[in-house]
Design a protein around this ligand. Structure first.
Ligand code: ADP
Ligand code: MG
Length: 293
């Protein structure tokens, strides 16, 4: 009977916009103790807009924006798009930049007019060991409390500006957390963004466990951490950064327009970009396998 049930259940899954790459994982979905969600683009819209900025004394806002846009000109990251868009809206032209380098989960680096310039978040500052001037610190604290992502502009080792970007929590995310709690499943969130922003989003959604300021290469360790507590762990994500965590999870779930790497590391692919499908997956697994034991 098993092959028949599996056949029914994979075609049912397909009808519900779920592509099953690993049938064992499909069966395990009903037993999950915890599901970890990537924050940006999964629980939030992932469409940042620059909502505020601050510079140190002697640095002009438009110059800082132009410099940041120059460094971000080669990046596909949503933060990069937001900064370029903000520069464009203010009619600011970015200077030429070269020697671009993407620093995964930290930020970007480039050379502009002979200066080494970085744009990045808290992980970048840790990496550069830069001190935050007190007015920038205040700006960042306030932004973080409002769940705004902050990135910093560093020129020749000096932190000269900060930008705050607003992302929006997806409407579906509230129902996802409630529904999983209703099924007795712990909800966790994993992000490279700051602790402040992560906490604000988690509070708003009622998320149980928060992993913030996690570097891409450490994301799978957070999955392991929960597994080490004896839990069966699902992971939902879309980015290249999420691939090792998806592979590590007992049930790896790639969502939406997931990158190829994410899709290849996942057990189940949610075709539509709707986190509620993670709940449907658990329910479908329960309905399909309940009678088999
Ligand atoms: P997430 O874990 O939320 O999916 P990422 O791993 O892509 O996010 O990025 C984590 C953090 O790294 C961002 O919140 C930001 O601080 C920094 N970062 C990554 N890429 C860029 C970039 N192009 N410009 C500025 N900051 C960046
Ligand atoms: Mg992501």
């Amino acid at each position: 009977a098993i092959p028949l049930v599996v056949a029914i259940n994979t075609s049912l899954a397909a009808q519900n916009g779920m592509l099953v790459r690993d049938r064992i994982a499909m069966e395990d979905a009903r037993k999950l103790d915890a599901i970890i969600f990537d924050k940006t683009g999964t629980l939030t819209e992932g469409e940042h807009g620059v909502v505020g900025m601050v510079t140190i004394d002697g640095v002009d806002e438009e110059d800082a924006l132009a410099l940041a846009a120059a460094v971000e000109s080669d990046s596909e990251h949503m933060i990069a798009r937001a900064i370029r868009e903000a520069a464009h809206e203010r009619g600011v032209d970015a200077p030429e930049a070269d020697h671009f380098e993407a620093m995964k989960g930290r930020g970007v680096r480039a050379m502009v007019d002979g200066d080494e310039v970085y744009v990045g978040g808290p992980n970048l500052l840790n990496h550069l060991d830069s001190d935050i001037p007190s007015d920038l610190r205040r700006f960042a604290d306030e932004a973080g409390e409002n769940a705004q992502t902050v990135v910093y502009l560093v020129r020749e080792g000096e932190l000269i500006a900060a930008f705050a970007m607003a992302d929006v929590i997806r409407e579906e995310s509230y129902r996802v957390v409630d529904a999983l709690h209703g099924l007795g499943i712990e909800v966790a969130m994993l992000t490279g963004d700051s602790q402040d922003v992560a906490d604000a989003v988690a509070d708003e959604l009622g998320i149980d466990t928060v992993f913030a300021e996690v570097l891409p290469e450490d994301k799978d360790k957070k999955v392991q951490e929960l597994q080490g507590q004896g839990k069966l762990v699902g992971m939902v994500g879309d980015g290249v950064n999420d691939a090792p965590a998806l592979a590590r999870a007992d049930v790896g779930i790639a969502i939406g327009s997931g990158t190829d790497v994410a899709v290849q590391s996942a057990d189940v692919i949610l075709v539509q970009n709707n986190p509620m499908d993670a709940v449907r997956l658990v329910k479908l697994s329960t309905a399909s396998y309940r009678k088999m034991q």
